[in-house]
Design a protein around this ligand. Structure first.
Ligand code: C5P
Length: 236
């Protein structure tokens, strides 16, 4: 199985983002555009990134609304050259099924990735929202619901990889942030795996931001992560 290197394009403005892509584009598989860039620059920015031909595009909007509204948003995004789009699984089965149905019509090559419990939510915060289950149990419950609703993948924390790989069909893509090359700064990430560990635990893609974005030589940083992924997945 392959594990994509997904660059989190988290930068303050478009000029810096495009400059970075110019340097690292050839070294990453996928480019993740998040709310920071999308809310400022909109769909035109996605088209500009695509025009650079630097990688496939992951639009991380974490959609969460009533089924009709999320389905309409997927329809609106259907013209964009994106390969992955995130939606919140806690929006429920009807919302996920509606999003999938529209996706199959407007952009069948798009994979909808479900977000389960945000890693910023611990047991106490989850309880405050009325969910008494342990976070891990809630992640699994939502992950199963996402798979039953037809989603092609999930975003999960690296520590959830073994559980979800064990419990879900092998065709489900698992994409994980919280990855740090050995020796890199943790920044605000707490529980991390190295790229090689994440790949061996069954990640279909790893999201990496600051270890590449803030590196003195971003292209070299990305290349070395890719080499680590390839080495981890090479047959023994
Ligand atoms: O810079 P860093 O490698 O930590 O960036 C990771 C990316 O993954 C960021 O875009 C961040 O928002 C996202 N993310 C995360 N942890 C989560 C969910 C998403 O770091 N639990």
């Amino acid at each position: 199985m392959k594990c994509d290197l997904i660059l989190a394009l988290d930068l303050p403005d478009e000029a810096q983002a495009l400059r970075l892509l110019d340097r690292v584009g050839a070294e990453v598989d996928v480019i993740k555009i998040g709310l920071q860039m999308f809310t400022r620059y909109g769909p035109a920015f996605v088209d500009r990134v695509a025009a650079l031909g630097a990688g496939r595009i992951f639009l991380d909007l974490k959609l969460h609304d009533i089924p009709n509204t999320v389905a309409s948003a997927v329809q609106s995004l259907g013209d964009l050259p994106i390969e992955f789009l995130t939606i919140h699984t806690s929006g429920g089965r009807a919302m996920m099924e509606a999003a999938e149905a529209v996706k199959r019509r407007v952009r069948p090559s798009l994979t909808l990735l479900g977000v389960t419990v945000l890693t910023s939510i611990d047991a106490a915060a989850l309880r405050e929202t009325g969910v008494d289950a342990a976070p891990e149990a809630q992640v699994l419950r939502l992950a199963r619901l996402a798979a039953a609703s037809g989603l092609g993948g999930l975003v999960c924390s690296p520590v959830e990889l073994p559980l979800l790989r064990r419990e879900l069909d092998a065709s489900i893509k698992l994409v994980t942030p919280g990855v740090r090359p050995t020796g890199a700064a943790l920044d605000d990430q707490q529980r991390v795996l190295t790229p090689g560990e994440a790949a061996r635990a069954g990640a279909s893609g790893i999201v990496v931001g600051r270890p590449i974005v803030k590196a003195a030589d971003p292209a070299a940083a990305a290349r070395s992560i890719r080499e680590e992924l390839a080495a981890a997945l090479a047959p023994a």
